[in-house]
Ligand binder design. Structure first.
Ligand code: ATP
Length: 454
């Protein structure tokens, strides 16, 4: 019997696409659109998990969602509820977590993150490997079937990093993976896990840049019911969920010093306590970490602990940006195109000669993620079977603006850049920055949280 998931969301666009995603991942899915239908639907369908929209259209404060969350947990204290917050306010998410929600996802969501969050709750194991693997199987990657086969690239720079990764995979060594955003750090971490003896155990990823300060301990070590106001049920932390497997600490450079101390203690002592519990729990997890920051200079500046860096950095792998390995551009583009051809039922599609040489010349500041998006959009929009440079142009204009050159930034990257620059000009002063950008302060805060601008 597949796990059943109940979606409570008044936006049919949202619930339809969530249904599709979750059904493809093998879950049974039902959705309701009004708060009043929620409890009867739970009673009738007995779902394993609820995905709850905290912001119903009429009330964007999240009050309705919070009230409903409390009603659901009042009746079914052990039912895992994941909150979805469209106007992602951290306060709302924190409040919901304290009330007993197991996790929160900000809209628009990242499919993989959502499936991972769901899998952790219902299966205690991230099943999305299989699901995404099947999907990505559209692209012929390699004859071999090793976990590293899905990592495409022919450049000497990538090949040598992958050689090191393969050598270190079967060991227990902690590995720090550095590189710009979109260079494949998480992909390499997953491959290391799958090539290790821990492959049959969970791979649990946590984005430390996205964990609100007050929730760090609860998130990593879990909490006991009653540990703080409204902590109604016990909650497992990521260490516990990853037991026997691998814990991937993404964006580790974003941790503040207080959290660094707490993490270091656990890594040294190999034990931790849940919040509100005095019993020490032993932990057996392998730590893989990633960051786009320069931790050495953070150590020199006193913002990252040297002893923690030693712990996580037994082996250091650096993934160079795509512009430093142009030999990888075409194999990657062909790989993504192969997947897109299947997905969009355009088997004849191919890259023209000019388009290929144009692609090779691009800088791709967003690295492989950007190339992937570009190929995907192009595959949808190209009018003929042979993709020309102009077709790629059109794909790009879908995501940003016609005024911008193909291969330039995505809207999101541009937004981050603008916010950072404006904050810099105003010495981090929110009111002045918001005024300059034509945003309310609340809207600016939301964007800062969303993008994890520190
Ligand atoms: N060599 C590669 N072959 C195939 N796909 C790749 C490769 N490198 C990256 N990708 C794909 O590019 C996207 C971005 O990769 P990933 O999330 O691993 O990057 P990241 O460095 O962890 O990014 P961020 O720092 O922003 O989290 C993913 O969809 C990943 O599957």
């Amino acid at each position: 019997m597949p796990h059943k998931i109940l979606i409570i969301d008044d936006d049919t666009m949202v619930s339809t696409s969530l249904e599709l995603l979750l059904k493809r991942a093998g879950y049974g899915v039902k959705s309701v659109s009004r708060p009043a239908e929620a409890l009867p639907a739970i009673a009738e369908q007995r779902p394993s998990l609820v995905l709850l929209d905290m912001n119903f259209t009429i009330d964007t404060s999240g009050k309705d969602g919070m009230a409903l969350l409390k009603r659901i947990l009042g009746k079914h204290p052990n039912l895992p509820v994941i909150q979805m917050t469209g106007w992602a306010t951290v306060q709302l998410a924190v409040e919901g977590m304290k009330a007993g929600a197991r996790d929160f996802i900000a809209k628009p969501w990242d499919n993989r993150e959502l499936l991972n969050a769901v899998a952790i709750q219902v299966d205690k194991f991230p099943v999305w490997h299989d699901f995404l693997g099947a999907d990505a199987g559209a692209g012929k990657v390699s004859d071999s079937n090793t976990p590293f086969a899905g990592i495409i690239g022919e450049s000497a720079a990538l090949t040598s990093v992958l050689e090191q990764a393969k050598r270190v995979a079967p060991t227990h060594a902690s590995v720090l993976i550095t590189g710009e955003s979109g260079t494949g750090k998480e992909l390499v971490a997953e491959a290391i896990h799958l090539a290790s003896q821990r492959a049959g155990k969970p791979f649990v990823a946590v984005n430390l840049g996205g964990v609100p300060k007050g929730l760090f301990e609860s998130e990593l070590f879990g909490h006991k019911a009653g540990a703080f106001t409204d902590a109604r049920t016990d909650r497992q932390g990521r260490f516990e969920l990853a037991e026997g497997g691998t814990l991937f600490l993404d964006e580790i450079g974003d941790l503040d010093l207080a959290a660094q101390v707490k993490l270091l203690r656990v890594l040294q002592e190999r034990q931790y306590e849940r919040l509100g519990e005095s019993k020490a729990r032993k932990t057996d997890v392998r730590i893989l970490s990633a960051t786009s920051r320069d931790l050495q200079s953070m150590v020199a500046a006193g913002t990252f602990r040297e002893d923690l860096l030693y712990r996580i950095n037994l082996i250091h792998l650096h993934l160079p940006p795509l512009r430093e390995r142009p030999d990888d551009i075409l194999p990657l583009a062909e790989h993504f195109l192969a997947g897109a051809k299947k997905r969009y039922e355009r088997p004849q599609l191919e890259l023209g000669r000019e388009a290929k040489s144009w692609l090779r010349r691009q800088a791709f500041p967003g690295n492989i993620r950007q190339l992937q998006n570009l190929v995907e959009r192009t595959a949808i929009l190209a009018p003929a079977t042979v993709v020309q440079v102009e077709d790629i142009d059109k794909g790009q204009s879908m995501a940003s603006d016609k005024a911008f050159a193909p291969g330039g930034m995505t809207l999101e990257e541009m937004e981050i850049k603008m916010i950072k620059a404006a904050l810099g000009r105003h010495g981090g002063e929110i009111a002045a920055t918001a005024r300059e950008l034509g945003l309310t302060r609340a809207a600016l805060y939301r964007r800062i949280e969303k993008h994890g601008i520190g």
